[in-house]
Write a protein of this length. Structure first.
Lengths: 262, 304
């Protein structure tokens, strides 16, 4: 009887050891090799137009909530005033920052080249900078740790592979890619729970993230009718349909409403 | 030959149960501080047993250290029971506790390696509570009182107190599963609220029956008091924990009141499980049907 129980324990130990050597989902999904990628659909640059505009916030923007960095004094020291969350960052003229504006529909089955330059996401003062980034599927996301503390970078996608990597101070940049489009992937650091950013992934290059001026510009769009969508982490999405002719540029405005109780 | 009381073994079992309770606290702190994946590797932490002691890593690594201690204590308990315990069913309980803590460790590793899949996180949370119940049971079975000549009492009432107590344990355990599923975002709060109502009815009913029928039995009197205090505290903590979650939902990080209240609610839930289990075991030890009272005492002595 004791031999039987001993065998059970050995089996459990073997399971534990094999689990320890299991890498989970840590291995990177490399972007498809160039030869496997379909060739980019040619675009007649003599006919392209653009959609540009501004994203505004109607109503008073809520004050950012203070972040308590007492658990990480070296990061707290990076901020002359207490850091606040970046959920809603409004400009002086009622504009809204960190809004992803992109072509949601209208491109058909066109394919596009994937940029070789990665998009950089920095960790400084225990805050992600920028707060929102956007890139193409297969394009590199390069995560840099400018702090003197260890971070872990943990994207939590719905439509892509999840990963979680640690990055000690001074460590090399972490580079990874997302294979599928997704708006948007929250990224967090489980060591510092206030750290949050968003990564939006697209199959095409027609996207932008608004700065403090709320401005965006989607250039080199072929003539056609497009659904343009604006996404904000708190205020959700807003959609407009725009038709542009050859060499035509149009300006649109998205307006989000600050909710009561903000 | 009847099993004799082994004080050292009992103290060891109690110590293991106490360390297991601390482990539940450590685990609850990990979840409430959203630190579950602050250490991406397993079983080592950042490739070491002494990782950087910062932020969420403190909670996650502390949880692993206490878990290792509990694992070692459980190995010792299983070996000690195996060598010295005459009652085969108690020896088996020790081995089962060992298998459970090993499974619990493996589940913990899976949660890290596979990024907290909800079913695994819920299984890890509930198996931890089950393991706590196991070690508490072993502590009870190795206690002096359990070995002593306990006067038997009749339970002529319907439903039987022992049955009510057993149903209470089952309801509390199910409620712990529902709570874990809510905590790990498996589903919303409503099933857990319904479970709270069911548990409250059953536990207060059981406590009422025990108080009315067996006021003269000291062990059961103590159980009744404990059930009332713990369940009352748990209901209050549940409301407070819910309020703290709603209040802190918009904050950029887990806020101390929310952490304290949700951890307290989780671990008092474990104590409610332990107290209902204790009440059920005491009923099993003390009570019997009226016509079997004398025979029961003799056969129980043999089983001890």
């Amino acid at each position: 009887m004791k031999v039987k129980y001993g065998l059970y324990i050995l089996v459990a130990a073997a399971l534990a050891l094999s689990l320890a050597s299991c890498g989970g989902k840590q291995t990177s999904e490399t972007a498809p090799a160039e030869s496997a990628q379909p060739a980019a659909t040619p675009i007649d640059m003599s006919t392209v137009g653009a959609v540009s505009g501004t994203v505004k916030l109607e109503g008073a923007a809520p004050a950012g909530k203070k972040i308590n960095m007492a658990a990480e004094p070296s990061c707290a020291a990076e901020h002359s005033t207490p850091a606040t969350d970046q959920e809603v960052v409004a400009g002086d003229a009622g504009t809204l920052q960190n809004v992803i504006v992109y072509v949601k529909d209208g491109l058909g089955s066109r394919t596009f080249d994937v940029p070789k330059t990665p998009v950089e996401l920095d960790q400084k003062g225990c805050i992600y900078n920028p707060h929102v980034v956007a890139l193409q599927a297969g394009q590199g996301l390069k995560v840099v740790n400018s702090d003197k503390v260890t971070h872990n970078i943990h994207p939590v996608p719905q439509n892509n592979r999840e990963w979680n990597k640690s990055q000690p101070p001074g460590a090399a940049a972490i580079e990874d890619t997302f294979a599928r489009d997704e708006v948007s992937i929250p990224v967090k650091c489980n060591v510092h729970p206030w750290m949050k950013s968003y990564v939006a992934v697209f199959k095409h290059p027609y996207f932008g993230v608004t700065g403090k001026d709320g401005g965006f510009s989607l250039k080199n769009l072929p003539p056609g009718t497009y659904t343009i969508e604006a996404w904000h982490e708190k205020y959700g999405t807003s959609t407009q349909t725009v038709t542009i002719g050859a060499k035509e540029s149009k300006t649109i405005t998205f307006t989000f409403k600050a909710t009561s109780g903000d | 030959m009847a099993q004799t009381y082994n004080r050292r073994l009992h103290v060891y079992a109690v110590f293991t149960a106490c360390c297991t309770f601390l482990l539940l606290v450590a685990g609850a702190l990990v979840t409430s501080n959203d630190a579950g994946l602050s250490v991406p590797d397993w079983p080592l932490s950042y490739g070491s047993v002494t990782p950087p002691w910062v932020g969420g890593i403190r909670y996650e690594h502390s949880h692993r250290v206490v878990a290792t201690l509990v694992g070692l204590l459980t190995i010792g308990l299983a070996i000690w029971l195996g060598r010295s315990e005459l009652r085969r069913w108690v020896r088996r309980l020790g081995y089962f506790a060992l298998a459970t803590v090993v499974a619990q460790g493996i589940l913990g590793g899976i949660t890290v390696k596979f990024f907290l899949p909800i079913p695994v996180s819920v299984a890890h949370a509930t198996l931890g509570q089950l393991f706590f119940g196991l070690v508490v049971s072993i502590a009870i079975f190795t206690a002096r009182w359990w070995h002593s000549d306990v006067p038997q009492a009749e339970d002529p009432g319907s439903p039987r107190a022992g049955s009510l107590a057993a149903w209470s344990v089952a309801a509390v355990f199910l409620q712990l599963i529902l709570g874990a599923a809510f905590r790990h975002k498996g589903f919303g709060i409503v099933p857990h609220l319904i479970g709270a109502a069911v548990v409250s009815v059953l536990v207060f009913w059981t406590a009422g029956v025990l108080r009315r029928r067996f006021e003269q039995v000291p062990a059961l009197r103590g159980s009744v008091r404990l059930l009332h205090v713990l369940l009352g505290a748990q209901l209050l903590l549940g409301g407070a924990a819910w309020w703290s979650r709603v209040w802190s939902a918009e904050f950029p990080q887990p806020m101390p009141p929310m952490v304290i209240l949700t951890v307290a609610h989780t671990v008092v839930g474990a104590l409610v499980l332990a107290s209902t289990l204790g009440a059920a075991l005491i009923c099993r030890r003390v009570l019997g049907p009226a016509q079997h009272a004398v025979v029961g005492a003799q056969s129980q002595q043999a089983a001890l």
